[in-house]
Design a protein around this ligand. Structure first.
Ligand code: GCB
Length: 613
């Protein structure tokens, strides 16, 4: 009898206490933070560099002050240097440029609790590992440097002063995603905004409003309510979710599906279609119970037919450019909407309708701006070069990053491709890993295309090259990175080369290019001159134009970016110089070569050719 009672008690605690008090990892991501009531925690935070990792054993997270003059406390956040959030530490303090390791962040804030509200602490991104404490209580940990995460803090928040402590560690690990080798800077820090988000007790945790693939007059909505008491088996008040698009005079009720807490509705609508030329966004109001979200959503379809990519049912050539999330003019991580706007404006000036945002998810504002400015987006996760494909934990990590970027960007019309990898070595374990990633992406979002970039081309002879990477089987679009004229062969070789592809799918040349230091001039055979780079582009464009399956390109890269691998003194100085813009925003000669090519492509697209229809 006693045992039965004890069991009942344990069961009771499990059922009723867990959603409110347990904090293991982050809670499921809250949809659409911009349309929620939020309190920004951005600004200057106190920081302690902790290269020997003494913070945990010294309980830095308690933010303790000496209780008396004899009390020994060997840290003091209040007297420590400050760093800006959002921001990387490397570009804020010269002595931190190469720092990799733990750094402690602390800030205080004041809060007044509100009745019937739940509160979540939301981080846009922290690179790479973060451990988070609020008022001395550990909320949890997060792994992965480029995706958002949130913890529920309803119970831990106090009226009045609160202290938030985050240990950030950007140490590279063999079992990380990415792993230890990359060709970009491992910027550490709380690199994106931090906020408190207030929501009603039962709220819309996730929603997607999409055009049904291939049907430009059919919308499909799914929304998921946060567990609250619904998951505990106690019915909450009637949620009656509705979706409204006032400009289309539409108001639809969603019905509960057979999955608990998930609602669906499908309805006819005839919106003006979103495209780079007409980036039309509609206000979409989603309500359920006390919760109400207003998002701005564009509607378009994206699909493939043979070797073509179809946007809104019509073939489109992706005039693209690859870009890192690096701040124009001043360096470091791009942290503001102005940074994002500059990058997109430069791509527009080049004549682009497409950006490949490499090699990790960029910030959410960038994607929202792409929606507004009409820029198609390739969204990528950092499955880059060698990672531990045989390690199930690594697959979980990669899938979590994929899941979270899809959850964040799923309602952005601009995003047309989820990219699951870049330049991974062919092998049975890698193939199984990426197959699983592709299937997972499709299961989360069947409306977009799945892509990846491969560099595993082979020479058949001096004039023939082929891409036979088995990964192509799992993709909708084939990405090829090739560096003819830079890493192998001469640039002139490109004039003769014919490409073939194993899979009859659209091909995007996801990278080509060469380095040039802005202002360095010479003949076109001298490496790192602007002339060399411009000439390489000329030869490349001749070659690429002969690929029948070519559906787009995103040369490498929009702007010079920091990389620890690029050590050539006086030229690279720890910058990858393959940018068409220098890191100070100067246009190199190759910029104008590509601009002219894209201008011609855009003119050709305006006069549809019957053979491509
Ligand atoms: C690549 C990688 C990219 C590098 C680039 C380069 O193939 O995908 O991350 O930065 O080449 O410059 O070598």
């Amino acid at each position: 009898m006693k045992r039965a009672l004890a069991c009942l008690l344990v069961l009771f605690c499990f059922l009723f206490a867990q959603p409110l008090f347990a904090q293991n990892g982050p809670a499921p991501l809250i949809a659409d933070p911009p349309s929620r009531t939020r309190i920004s925690l951005d600004g200057m935070w106190n920081t302690i560099i902790d290269p020997y990792e003494s913070g945990i054993s010294s309980h830095f997270y308690e933010n303790r002050k000496p209780a008396s003059k004899t009390d020994l406390v060997e840290y003091d956040f209040d007297r420590s240097p400050k760093l800006k959030v959002p921001g990387d530490w490397n570009s804020q303090d010269e002595k931190l440029l190469f720092y990799e390791g733990p750094m402690w962040y602390q800030r205080s804030f004041s809060y007044q609790k509100k009745a019937n509200k739940r509160v979540f602490l939301y981080f846009g991104a922290v690179n790479y590992l973060s451990r988070v404490w609020l008022n001395g209580t550990k909320l949890g940990e997060h792994v992965g440097g480029y995706t958002p995460f949130n913890f529920e803090v309803t119970e831990q928040l106090k009226d009045g002063d609160n202290s938030l402590v985050v240990e950030v560690d950007n140490t590279r690990h063999l079992e990380g995603v990415p792993s230890i080798h990359t060709d970009w800077w491992n910027y550490g820090g709380i690199t994106r905004s931090v906020k408190l988000i207030e929501v009603p007790e039962t709220f819309i945790e996730h929603y997607s409003v999409q055009m049904v693939k291939g049907h430009s007059e059919q919308l499909s909505v799914s929304l998921e309510l946060n567990p609250g008491y619904v998951k505990l088996g106690i019915r909450g008040p009637d949620m009656s979710p509705t979706v409204e698009i006032p400009e289309l005079h539409l108001k639809e009720s969603c019905a509960e599906s057979d999955r608990q807490g998930v609602m669906f509705c499908d309805f006819r609508a005839k919106p003006e279609l979103w495209s780079p030329e007409n980036p039309k966004l509609y206000d979409v109001i989603i309500s359920a119970g006390q919760d109400r979200i207003t998002d701005h959503i564009g509607f378009r379809t994206i699909e493939t037919r043979g070797t073509q990519i179809l946007l809104n049912g019509k073939p489109i050539f992706l005039r693209g450019i690859s870009a890192h999330e690096e701040a124009p003019y001043r360096g470091g991580r791009a942290v503001s909407v102005d940074d994002d706007r500059t990058l997109i404006s430069w791509a527009k000036e080049l004549g682009c309708n497409f950006m490949r945002l490499t090699h990790y998810p960029h910030n959410e504002d960038m994607i929202r701006l792409a929606d507004q400015m009409g820029m198609l987006i390739w969204d990528e996760v950092p499955v880059y070069w060698e990672i531990q494909f045989q390690n199930p934990g690594v697959l979980d990590n990669a899938k979590t990053q994929l899941r979270d970027v899809i959850a964040r960007d799923q309602n952005r019309a601009a995003v047309i491709i989820w990219s699951i990898a870049n330049e991974t070595p062919i092998g049975p374990e890698r193939n199984v890993f990426l197959k699983s990633m592709a299937e997972y992406a499709r299961s989360l979002d069947s409306t977009r295309l799945i892509g990846a970039a491969s560099d595993k081309a082979t020479h058949i002879d001096a004039q023939h090259m082929a891409l036979n990477d088995p990964l192509g089987e799992y993709l909708d679009v084939i990405g090829l990175n090739e560096y003819v004229g830079w890493y192998f062969g001469k640039k002139e070789d490109a004039d003769q080369i014919q490409w073939s592809f194993k899979y009859q799918k659209p091909v995007i040349i996801t990278e080509f290019g060469g380095g040039a230091q802005y202002g360095l001039h010479g003949d076109s055979d001298t490496r790192f001159t602007e002339e060399y780079q411009a000439d390489l582009y000329r030869h490349q464009l001749t070659m690429l134009n002969k690929i029948p399956a070519l559906a787009g390109m995103s040369p490498w890269v929009l702007m010079d970016f920091r990389s620890p691998r690029r050590t050539l003194s006086g030229i690279q100085d720890y910058f990858n110089r393959k940018g068409l813009f220098s890191d100070r925003g100067q246009r190199k000669q190759a910029f104008y070569v590509l601009q002219k090519f894209y201008d011609e492509k855009a003119k050709q697209a305006a006069v549809p050719s019957p053979s491509r229809q």
